[in-house]
Design a protein around this ligand. Structure first.
Ligand code: AHG
Ligand code: MN
Ligand code: MN
Length: 338
């Protein structure tokens, strides 16, 4: 795209321009992406003045994940649901913040949207980047209201996936599998404009991102992998640096642009780890692979895992292809009985 175009490429213009080459990207799909972008703009406006708009702090409730619900979790969830149900093209939604499938009034829609409305909730009150993660599938059922059958999918079936990061700037990053594209919000215009066309993740980079406080609960293979990253025996042939924000979207966005690896492994207290397959791992795995990277649970490709329940968790190793393969080499060894 000629990004010098004085008007700039909005998401709508970008998709319409590419629609000529990808006829399957129907107008309905564009409407859904526009609805997500609208939700992102509204959430960004709340986040930008969080301290003033009484959206900080907890609601006092505990969600289906067993986590303390933040006010912005609930607000972001409600905004996404309202923006998506009014498109008329969504037959079912599922959210990390909602126990079961979200019923849709007009259920003629051909699409399903799964999302983590607010990722990094623990960072809201301390002004650290947070995000929204989304995943779009074509419905499986023939007609009528969408059901769990439409939501329990394999990541390879995704039509599109992406995230919004509310950071020093607000960016929407998405892919339909044909390249990964980033749009930056111009708050004066209230539009996202193309800023990062066709993002490619470097084959490796000397950065790893994992919460090492959990190391005492890790397997011996995991501990040996992280020790190896501190030696010269790495894909980058030098010791790695540690970067950990504690917001998956922020740690992933850095990894996507700079390379390296993010990991949230399973451990003795949580063998499947903390992150959710449908709302976090699968959409970001779709983005990582479309950018030339990789995503695994340590043993298998994230995108090959078929969800068996709405809120199932999975260990996640995601980022540069060589760095994910390096981790898998340690994780697939027989467990030394430590
Ligand atoms: P969410 O706020 O949607 O529950 O996600 C939080 C997740 C993820 O954003 C981050 O990578 C991870 O929690 C951090 O967990 P730890 O604090 O255990 O490291
Ligand atoms: Mn999350
Ligand atoms: Mn969340």
């Amino acid at each position: 795209m000629n990004t010098q175009d004085e008007l700039g490429w909005t998401i709508d213009r970008f998709i319409l321009e590419r629609q000529k080459r990808f006829p399957e990207a129907s107008g309905e799909f564009t409407t859904i992406l526009q609805a997500i972008a609208l939700a992102g703009r509204v959430i960004a406006s709340k986040v930008q003045k969080a301290g003033l708009a009484d959206v900080l702090g907890a609601t006092g409730a505990i969600n289906v994940q067993g986590e303390s619900v933040q006010k912005l979790d609930v607000l972001a969830n409600r905004i996404l649901i309202r923006c998506l149900e009014t498109t008329g093209h969504v037959c079912a939604m599922a959210s990390e913040e909602s126990e079961s499938v979200i019923p849709i009034a007009s259920s003629r829609g051909k699409y399903v949207v799964l999302f983590d409305p607010l990722d990094g909730s623990s960072n809201i009150d301390v002004n650290i980047s947070i995000g929204t993660i989304f995943s779009i599938y074509r419905r499986k059922s023939e007609s009528g209201p969408g059901t769990e059958v439409d939501c329990l999918r394999r990541g390879t079936e995704q039509l599109a996936a992406g995230y919004i990061i509310y950071g020093s700037s607000t960016m929407l990053v998405y892919t339909t599998g044909e390249g990964v594209h980033g749009f930056t919000l111009d708050p004066m215009v209230g539009e996202f404009f193309l800023s990062h066309e066709n993002i490619r993740i470097p084959p490796h980079a000397p950065t790893y991102s994992v919460n090492e406080a959990n190391a005492p609960k890790w397997s011996s293979n995991l501990r040996r992998w992280v020790e190896a990253l501190k030696s010269k025996e790495t894909p980058a042939s030098k010791p790695y640096s540690l970067r950990y924000v504690g917001t998956l979207v922020a740690d992933f966005h850095r990894t996507l642009l700079r390379g390296g690896i993010f990991a949230y492994p399973g451990d003795q207290s949580a063998p499947k780890g903390k992150l959710r397959l449908l709302y976090e791992a699968a959409p970001l795995a779709f983005v990582a692979e479309a950018a030339g990277g990789a995503a695994s649970d340590g043993m298998q490709r994230i995108l090959d895992i078929e969800a068996s329940n709405l809120h199932e968790r999975t260990p996640l190793f995601i980022g540069s292809k060589e760095d994910v393969a390096f981790a898998e080499r340690f994780l697939r060894q027989g467990e030394a009985h430590s």
